[in-house]
Design a protein around this ligand. Sequence first.
Ligand SMILES: [Zn+2]
Length: 301
Amino acid sequence: MFRLKKIMSLEQEQKYFPEIEMRRNNVPCWYEISLGEKAKYLQLKIHQDFIRDSKNQLGNDHLIEVLKERFNLGEFGTDFSENIGFGKIFNNEGKDEKGMIVFQAEIPKLGNITNKKCELCRGHDGLPCWNCYGTGKEITTDWNTARNFSASLTILTSYLAQPSIKTSANFPQLLTLETKTEHDQHGGSLWGVISLKLHNYINSLDTPSLNKISAPAMVASYQKMFFDASFLKRYFFAEKLENGGLALDCHGDRSGIFPDTGWHNNNEGYEFTCHNIDSPMQQIALIAGLAALHDAARKET
Ligand SMILES: [Zn+2]
């Protein structure tokens, strides 16, 4: 009897694959990726049932030590009742009215101006120069802080990808996200799942309205990391592909996210993947665009 019970519960566990199920049906929300005020913050909102099930602890992940050593990162906070992430950058802001525990991280400032003239535009203020963001001065980039932010998301979203329980949330999971933090090419890759519900929402929009939701968040987050150069607006945009496919573009070599498999079917959600996302800055801007879309869809659906 005990054995049978055990086998049954194992089968039950194995039957819950929410990332697959959310492509066809509404699955109770277990986490949200949301945007704080004016794209200055990124929020992970995690349902209290998920946290209770995890016994308040993120658990042991070998990757934490690997990333910490590789990029010389801060101590990783694993206790959900406190601040979490490398350097504990995701602040626990308490529970919201929907039973979600809000963890908020400030999108970091990464660019610092030096006294040297920009070698590319020779110090002409206000030019659309990627070397100095129109400041006219050489700048330095704080890669350590960028990787601390990116790697925190890599660990946290990887953990959040595997809920073992259905939460009691009466609103559905809209999207999931996973990220990579590596040196060199494709080191800022990201991928995830757009739920059926979010697919329907994207389908209800046209490209200009989709762009109006996601592009300002991508630009504002990039400007928060670097400088308020207005020319950046030309490089970030959203596009609705046929059948509600989502494309978000950022600067780079045809860089952005786009649908991967299953997106031609209007009755299903789909996976998204990315192309040529090398840096944590591109990654963070695209996540801000996704978070803005998430928040708009949550309001409307
Ligand atoms: Zn310049």
